[in-house]
Design a protein around this ligand. Structure first.
Ligand SMILES: [Zn+2]
Length: 382
């Protein structure tokens, strides 16, 4: 009964009048669909399977995944999945949640229902005042974030966008006030600018956060918590959030050229209370020797600002159905008819380091050698 209901929902969601039959498989009370269904639905090649994963592609689109991994690469951009990819009886399965919440909005952004065009960009420089954010040898997060935001504002105004800042100087703005400012605007998107710090030595690269859908654990969590099943205002824009994250993140990768840490999910206060689409960008690690040096430079800050402007433009094109630019588009119905599944007791732990590329591993190795002590990562108590 349950799977019939879901099948019906998926047909409603995707069907647009076409009957497509998804072979729904229940696993630990979650709904999964075979990767073969996904390739057929999106007119991609049948899965080319290798030992531990699959690739499905067309001339312009690619989806790549690995059994057991909680990540997928769509058009070469990394997405942290809601739930790991599994293999059951030789069939590779992707959760229905990930198909509706990530793959659909990324593959067909032009089909997002009621996505508003963008005339205003709300730029949110993270931290401020007594809240310095992450610290590195060459600067502090609150200062770098504000500088990037001011550079982006200049460029956006030149392009004809209206721009609203949550802070334009070194003042402390409480977290809940930031979305409140943004929510005064329509035909707007919210972009929060941050820099990272390492919990373990050697963290590097850029990442983008979109609001975790309802019923999905946050990125670093193994278990669902009470907050994970709460409905927040930001959930009304789940598809736009992923589309915006895709547009922003791919632009950041292009301009900033740092390691791709992926598009991730969280329930940060600044994004969960938004009534408009929004993302939180992490533009590198303040406490990493290479990232830190870049972040302190004017060139890198300009690159970040340009990435934001390009991201807004890409998003606008994507939701308008114009995906003639290279790289991912991003979007689905704003209302997810998928009911909250019975909550699983736990999920496989996600290893943050698993997705790091060779450059990062090299950097991490360098840090471990004595010559690196001339430029040590500072331990950050903040
Ligand atoms: Zn921050």
């Amino acid at each position: 009964m349950r799977s019939h209901t879901l099948l019906f929902s998926l047909i409603l969601l995707f069907g647009q009048g076409l009957a497509f039959s998804w072979d729904v498989v229940l696993h630990e009370n979650r709904r999964y669909v075979p990767v073969e269904n996904v390739s057929k639905f999106y007119n991609l090649s049948p899965p080319a399977k290798n030992a531990d994963g699959f690739v499905i592609s067309s001339a312009t689109k690619t989806i790549k995944g690995k059994n057991g991994a909680r990540e997928v690469f769509i058009n070469n951009v990394k997405y942290v999945l809601c739930f790991p990819i599994i293999n059951k009886g030789g069939t590779t399965l992707i959760s229905a949640m990930d198909v509706t919440k990530i793959i659909e909005p990324v593959m067909r952004p032009g089909l997002i229902k009621n996505a508003d065009s963008v005339s205003t960009v709300i730029l949110d420089a993270g931290h401020g005042g007594h809240d310095s954010g992450a610290k590195g040898n060459r600067g502090i997060e609150k200062e770098a974030a504000l500088d990037v935001v001011l550079r982006a504002r200049r460029l956006l105004l030149q392009k004809g966008y209206k721009v609203q800042l949550t802070r334009s100087n070194d003042t402390f703005i409480p977290l809940e006030k930031r979305p409140a400012i943004a929510n005064r605007y329509r035909n707007a998107v919210f972009v929060s600018v941050h820099f990272n710090k390492s919990n373990t030595i050697g963290g590097t690269g850029i990442e983008t956060f979109a609001l975790a859908p309802r019923g999905v654990p946050s990125m670093d969590e193994e278990n669902l918590r009470y907050n994970d099943i709460k409905l927040y205002p930001g959930h009304a824009h789940d598809p736009e959030n992923v589309a915006l994250a895709t547009a922003m993140h791919s632009s950041m990768l292009r301009h900033m050229r740092l390691t791709d840490r992926g598009i991730k999910r969280a329930r940060f206060a600044v994004i969960r209370h938004l009534n408009i689409p929004g993302v939180l960008l992490e533009g590198g690690f303040m406490d990493h020797p290479i990232d830190g040096r870049l972040i302190a430079s004017s060139a890198y800050r300009d690159a970040f600002a340009n990435a934001i402007v390009e991201g807004v433009t890409r998003y606008s094109n994507a939701i308008a159905g114009n995906t003639n630019y290279q790289a991912p588009s991003a979007i689905t119905s704003a209302v997810d008819p998928t009911p909250i599944p019975n909550l699983p007791k736990s999920l496989a732990p996600y290893d943050l380091n698993r997705g790091l590329n060779e450059a990062v591993q090299r950097a991490a190795k360098q840090l471990a050698t004595p010559s690196a002590t001339a430029n040590p990562p500072i331990s950050n108590a903040n």
